[in-house]
Write a protein that binds this ligand. Sequence first.
Ligand code: ATP
Length: 490
Amino acid sequence: MNKTEDIQNVCLRRGIVFPTAEIYPTISGFFDYGPIGTLIKRNFIKYWREFFVQGENIVEIDGSTVLPEAVFQASGHVKGFVDPITQCKKCKGIQRADHLIEEKAGKFVEGKSASELTKIIKKEKIKCPNCKGELGSVRVFNLMLKTDVSPLGGQTAYLRPETSQNIFTSFQRVFRTSRLKLPCGIAQQGHSFRNEISPRHFLVRVREFNQMEIEWFFDPKDEECPDFDKIKDKKINFVTHQIQKKNGKMIKISGSNLIKKHIIPSKWMVYFLIKEFEFYKSLGIPEDALRFRHMLPEETPHYSKGNFDLEIKFDFGWKETVGNSFRTDHDLKNHMKHSKTDLTIRTDDGKKVLPYVIEPSFGLERTVAGILLYNFKGDKERGWAWFKFPAKIAPYISSVFPLVGKDGLPEKAKEIYNSLKKDFDIFYDESGSIGRRYARGDEIGIPFAITIDYQTLEDDTCTIRNRDSKKQIRINIDDLKDFFDKILSI
Ligand code: ATP
């Protein structure tokens, strides 16, 4: 069993994340978050908003997940959002052709046509991985989930495959009503749907997932990034085009060098990449397991001035977790053409502008998979397996335990719990030995444990145990709120 499978089992046992409608034969690629998973997910989104949205010139929207076909005709998804598939002639199983070739023949085939892929499968003598049967010709399959909205039929719509289209279609209204000025951003967090051919690796490839996308708009004639100086000396792990052709080993490179050496064509792009690197490190993912890859020309859409994926090293290999794309005015231009609506805006000096866009597109499930993987500690050291979640995203900041279940200790503990839970997510537990309760808290990654003992009744102090060091300090009950506020403000 690999580590991802191990973690999937832990998530099942602790009810963190589990297959949707699991009492029935399930459809793969759909997961429900249980109580602990829901708290982690909520805290993660809150943290992402604090890090990327608040304090920047960015507003948020919350758009519909069902969009009319016209939107996806304009965006190119109806025609182009396809993956190549091949069906086994014997067992009828369906495989994603490009992934199969990459796995079996070690060939990178991004951008190749269906007929080219069919030829490669024949030439490399690739067979069905399930039954060794002969594989049929490759054809393309659209990944969007289609629906029909009208009771009479004929009103085709799709579950959105990305959150960004709501932002482009509502761009002008949001820009005007929020009195935005370039450069500025519109962000959205919400569900996206893709009819993936082979969902796998737990949360990494699923059919319904959450994205957090920022569309950052700026005047194409004014690409200056005023905050660039603040981040320019910070370094990120990077894989250039040349490196990918040679040994694939990532380098550490500063923001200013990425610009000076013409590796990245925009200071705004560098600004986002550096923030992302800092953000993912703060989630407990080690620096060595993070890198940005400059997508190769054959992987990059024709309109893009450069795509840079933040990848996390999973136990099955590196995987894109944030897609960063310099989309120019491609999306707004297409929606303008198809909807026959003028989407240009006017700057303060009366200039008509169709802004350029840089898009950081975060995937929540892949991020959560990375967080679970790197914060999971096996049972060797403590006798129980536990999670070292950073305080910001832990399901609860602390638990509260009465040392024993008598002599007024539970009443005092409940009083403290009730007062703290107004401000924080707090876990209360009075069953079992104190050691067992510490272990239970560790198992779901609670960073602190408050214990109420006999001394508390005398002097209103309690102990706080640190999950990571297992050290305890004594603190006044009145100082608990400040203590947690300080931890969460870091
Ligand atoms: P892939 O090539 O792995 O399918 P993609 O290039 O299609 O990914 P994007 O369209 O750039 O992905 O989407 C942005 C982000 O959304 C990804 O970096 C990822 O974190 C997330 N994402 C996309 N598809 C899925 C999926 N099927 N399951 C979970 N997360 C996904």
